[in-house]
Design a protein around this ligand. Structure first.
Ligand code: ADP
Length: 180
């Protein structure tokens, strides 16, 4: 599925984040930036050791923020490591922190002169954020950012599996209808 936001577009695809050819891909990292499972493990495996080397030098990243590194052997030019919240009950600031992780990533991409970026569904794996809620937050954050920053031409959400993809399709339909 694809929608336009001003002169830019948001795309939803089912697939693997490590295989994307956008200028940047985003990692669902943790605060240590030293690797983990899920998306993080897949990115470091596919990209090779130069990414972790740069992460070590950076020395960590607070929740709700992001950091940028090289992309090793990946097709993307850069990896942006974003740290989403661990979900508790949704009443501990999780929505704001999740939106902030997306905004920080978009800001890093834009200031690095990158025009296209692929996101995984941050926080919906090991961090247990309910995907229907997380999808709305992610898509609103992207749409709002793109409305004021046309330099970002493409934001692609790469969903792992049919269920995740369908959750994002439903959320994007709602967000584009303005039901938010
Ligand atoms: P977090 O710790 O932020 O929850 P995870 O990496 O555990 O991050 O999971 C985030 C989401 O990414 C989950 O929905 C998971 O199914 C999905 N995912 C796992 N591997 C990949 C991959 N290679 N490409 C895209 N999405 C993936």
């Amino acid at each position: 599925m694809e929608v336009t936001v001003g002169t830019s577009r948001i795309e939803l695809v089912e697939g693997d984040i490590t295989r994307q050819d956008t200028d940047a891909i985003v990692n669902a990292a943790n605060t240590t930036l030293l690797g983990g499972g899920g998306v993080d493990g897949a990115i470091h495996r596919a990209g090779g050791p130069s990414i972790l080397e740069e992460c070590r030098k950076i020395g960590g990243c607070p929740t709700g923020e992001a950091r940028i590194t090289n992309a090793g052997r990946l097709k993307a030019k850069k990896v942006i490591h974003a740290v989403g919240p661990v979900y508790r009950d949704g009443r501990h600031g999780e929505p704001d922190v999740l939106a902030s992780a997306y905004r920080s990533s978009l800001d890093l991409a834009r200031t690095a002169g990158l025009k296209s970026i692929s996101f995984p569904s941050i926080s919906t794996g090991a961090y247990r954020y309910p995907i229907d809620e997380a999808a709305g937050i992610a898509l609103r954050a992207a749409r709002d950012y793109m409305e004021s920053r046309p330099e970002i031409e493409l934001v692609r959400f790469v969903l792992f599996g049919q269920q995740a993809y369908q959750a994002y399709v439903r959320a994007l339909q709602q967000v584009m209808r303005g039901e938010d």
